[in-house]
Design a binder for this molecule. Sequence first.
Ligand code: 13P
Length: 247
Amino acid sequence: MAGLVIANWKMHGSLELIAEFSKEWRALPRLTDVNAVLCPPAPYLASVSGALEGVALGAQNCADRIEGAFTGEVSVQMLSDLGCGYVIIGHSERRALYNETDAQVAVKAQLAIAQGLQAVVCVGETLAHRDADQQDKVVTEQLLRSLAEVPCENLVVAYEPVWAIGTGRTATPAQAEAMHGVIRECLQGHFGEAGAGIPVIYGGSVKPENAGVLFECDNIDGALVGGASLNANSFWQIASAASAGRA
Ligand code: 13P
């Protein structure tokens, strides 16, 4: 499968950054054999839509309802209307800071997939879990709860160890590959053979300098990139490494 590299801008960016990013992106060679996706903050989705050649549009979150009196929420249908092909669901920041539960993550993923979006379901252990060597158990349990009643079509899983997000501390390729193997086995156990085709991408301090070695790992199908995706050139380098890693 082609590599999948998703930029998660989190609550960063501005119209000025979008203009600058687009200008720099246009000057870079077009990549093949990689699916690049940009997830700006929701108010900028319309500005990014169609602005970047070869880059799909994604959102960072969606509501767990279809429509109605839910002030401040954004539905999967609205995301679709704006041209989104992807939505990140259950990022650890949403789980930790906004108390998002596995059950809500599962509902959001069901709605996103029913709307024809690719649902990027995030899982990952905390440092305390890793230090207690509980990471495999914690992540598989979280994954299975987050995938309750979720079909495997249009599903992507992102493994983001919480301790590696924004800390500059990347999981070693061996740690990431081992967990991706555990996740893949869990997906196959849950979905049968179809589980083998679900992309499993890594996130947590991915940068141009470490992307290449991560993408050489058999079970790492791409990356979910935070800080390093705010710069067109560094995001392009990571996407380019994913393209090479799949060659
Ligand atoms: P960083 O790449 O900034 O560590 O963020 C990772 C992340 O949370 C992407 O969703």
